[in-house]
Ligand binder design. Sequence first.
Ligand code: AMP
Length: 209
Amino acid sequence: MKLIFLGPPGAGKGTLAARAVDIVKVPHISTGNIFREAIAARSPLGLKVKEILDAGKLVDDETTVGLVRERLAQGDAGGGYILDGFPRTIAQAEALAGFAPPDRVVNFDIPDTAVLERLGGRRTCRKCGANFHILFGKPKQEGICDHCGGELYIREDDREGAVKKRLEVYREQTAPLIGYYRERDLLTGVDARPAADQVVENFKKSMGL
Ligand code: AMP
């Protein structure tokens, strides 16, 4: 099954995708995580994209599409994928349609006020990318990842100025994908406001799983 998880920053796409992997048995591929890993490793890609990510802007389509194409060519993606954070522009969606068209696009719906509340309290693991929240999803031990023991930190782009920029970029460049996929009869909507367990249930129901 080839699935795209669409929605604004803070909709919970990453958390949901990590949970959905056990249900649909395909790899979770997050372009944001790939970029953050590259930055942590100080690779040429990381050096190129660091400032762009910190500012909450988008990495160029050519770089991003190239990366996804390479990742989908790996063996574990043979049975499909859950793409989280890609595509983010119509050009990326058109490119994907050419090499690995999705079977379904799940749109996680959430108002801006909830996004600001979620991202303001988000803590991310430096090692495995897992997300926690200081109010809604505390780790067992403060500052430490439950899954791998890595250090939790505040993403530079979760700071207020960058969040506003990301929402603006989302509205201008990514939200048009909702209409794009609806026209192609691929869109399924899921209410992303409740807690993660409930959103997982909403996802399963909307997919008939
Ligand atoms: P995310 O973790 O999905 O919120 O992504 C974090 C940041 O990575 C974004 O704000 C962008 O700077 C960059 N990024 C992730 N996915 C893409 C994409 N598909 N196209 C362009 N930039 C991306």
